[in-house]
Design a protein around this ligand. Structure first.
Ligand SMILES: Nc1ncnc2c1ncn2[C@@H]1O[C@H](COP(=O)(O)OP(=O)(O)OP(=O)(O)O)[C@@H](O)[C@H]1O
Length: 347
């Protein structure tokens, strides 16, 4: 019997982390992580700078040796197998292309090192150009004559050259302007769907993670604090940190059976904080209501963000659509929310 187990998704586990951790001296960069990654998953690791994302992915790719824990690939222990002997590839933010070489030479580099014959290399390189949707005529083009987006595609083609089972991406799109990044996110997601390979992707942009991923893992100070589908993370954040990482939210402290920030009683179903999304705090509706003064009005195209201050001086944000004329800065209105729109968290 294979040592693999099926995951919740029903797909076999390709990569299994058991208490994998990394310390640099006293610094615990990654606290023990136990996690099964199913084959074909697009898993994104998200977290602020210094939270341990790169270190975790470097452990998975074999570029860093763990302090504790084991790593298995399809049930086989690969903890001490070096990166170059694993069926994985990595795409870095810097792309690490050879600028003085052609697109074709860049894609073929690893194949050449392995002694693949020139004709076979070229056939494969042209296939890979098609895979990443670059014209075959780019084969002879110097990398220096490629645009930022084209270089990204060359780096992808090069990563796929060894036909890896798992691709690791360390913030490959972070240095790219917004519009191109949006295009490349969609292309990457399509490439994932077309190839069926397992992608493990790092970003500090939750928005990017939301667009592309099957599951998102959230890192906070070296700890993997939550893992789930984008909808699970958005709908049921594990703590205030995850909730605020998802975008602007209101966090109401809870004291016993009251919200001191708005001076209202509550039925507390358990939780030290209530997380309330801006779109759930609306004028003139809701079970729980209070008076708020508008301190700022920010137009965001079809939506508007109203920055509010409660009678007790706490800051809130409400996102409204439609007419906003009535909500001039300095005016006071009743805003409220439905009890069941609140997400309760303990920390
Ligand atoms: N080789 C190293 N030696 C000592 N400390 C390190 C080393 N590599 C990383 N660290 C520390 O480990 C912690 C996690 O770093 P890591 O690069 O994994 O974070 P990150 O979430 O990827 O951050 P960023 O988004 O800024 O890349 C940081 O405090 C970092 O300073």
């Amino acid at each position: 019997m294979m040592a693999e187990t099926a995951t919740q998704s029903g797909r076999p586990v390709i990569l299994s982390l058991a208490g994998l951790s990394k310390s640099f001296g006293d610094m615990r960069a990654v606290k023990p992580v136990t996690l099964d990654i199913p084959e074909g998953e697009f898993l994104t690791i998200v977290g602020p700078s210094g939270s341990g994302k790169s270190t975790l992915v470097r452990l998975l790719a074999g570029l860093e040796a763990p302090t504790e824990g084991r790593l298995k690939l399809r049930g086989e222990d690969i903890t001490s197998i070096p990166a170059n002997r694993r069926p994985t590839a990595m795409v870095f933010q810097s792309l690490a292309l050879f600028d003085h070489r052609s697109v074709g030479q860049n894609i073929e580099f690893a194949m050449k090192m392995k002694g693949v014959a020139p004709d076979a290399r070229k056939t494969r390189a042209l296939e890979l150009l098609r895979l990443v949707r670059l014209p075959e005529s780019y084969y002879d083009r110097p990398v220096t004559q490629c645009s930022g987006g084209e270089k990204q595609r060359v780096a992808l083609a090069r990563a796929f050259a060894s036909d890896p089972e798992i691709l690791f991406f360390d913030e490959p799109l972070s240095a790219i302007d917004y519009r191109l990044r949006k295009t490349l996110e969609v292309e990457l997601k399509e490439l994932h769907q077309r190839t069926g390979r397992t992608f493990v992707y790092i970003t500090h942009s939750l928005e990017e993670a939301m667009v592309m991923s099957d599951r998102i893992a959230i890192m906070q100070a070296g700890e993997l604090v939550q893992i789930g589908t984008p909808a699970e993370i958005y709908g049921r954040p594990a703590n205030r940190f995850v909730a605020s990482f998802m975008g602007e939210v209101n966090i109401l402290a809870v004291e016993g059976a009251a919200f001191p920030d708005i001076g209202r009683p509550i039925e507390n179903p358990g939780g030290a904080y209530a997380v309330l999304r801006p779109e759930d705090l609306q004028p003139g509706t809701g079970d729980i209501r209070a008076e708020f003064k508008v301190t700022q009005r920010l137009l965001l195209g079809s939506r508007t963000h109203l920055h509010l201050e409660s009678a007790t001086g706490a800051a809130f944000v409400s996102e409204i659509g439609g007419t906003v004329e009535a909500f001039a800065v300095g005016t006071t209105h009743e805003f409220g929310f439905a009890r069941d729109s609140v997400v309760w968290v303990d920390t």
